[in-house]
Design a protein around this ligand. Sequence first.
Ligand code: ADE
Length: 234
Amino acid sequence: MNKWHVNIMTLFPEMFPGSLGMSLAGKALERGDWSYDIYNPRNYAQDKHKSVDDTPYGGGAGMVLRADILEKSFLDIKNPGKKIYMSPRGKVLNQKMVQEFIKEENITILCGRYEGVDQRFLDAHEFEEISIGDYVLSGGEPAALIVMDSCIRLLDGVMGNEETAKEESHSNGLLEYPHYTRPALWVDANGIKREVPNILREGHHKKIEEWRIHQAEKLTKERRIDLWDKYKQK
Ligand code: ADE
């Protein structure tokens, strides 16, 4: 049984556990399958305005989080483990990275705000920059929640049905095949009859398996040529 701990460096502690306090992740948190601590750099601000940022050297828009203040907060963390900085400049998250993150007992996630953080802090403590996609959020907190969600659901015992995690999109390099449930015949609001594919109702397991692989390959080829090319090379 793996226990997984996340240290979160954030100026907005109220954003956690957020959605991760609910549903499967919330139950897992209550059971102690995973845990988190918040480290707020604001606690180390030195002036009466409690400021943690300053204007960028070289000019330009926005403010930059100070290395000295971030470091003081960081040094409070007993076991930082793997260190991640959420940033649109980072390597884009994928399922393989998620699987690596849960092998670590501890990870530390730094959530940025404003224009960024002083590069010297990232260099000094070897933070790896991770992005959740090619778009810009107003801060790293929602991105941290996404990284944590994708990890927590893979922890032992969290999902219940381990097979679900093995078959889902991305775990085998393909997008997942389509799903259907009752009723077998459904008439939609436009009066169009929509039936569940016969093959899924005939109970021939080998044929169902083949159909699902074919569907997964077809979807991947149509929607994600990048994944398809990688899959073919395997
Ligand atoms: N912070 C702002 N935008 C982000 C992104 N796309 N991924 C991770 N962290 C971010």
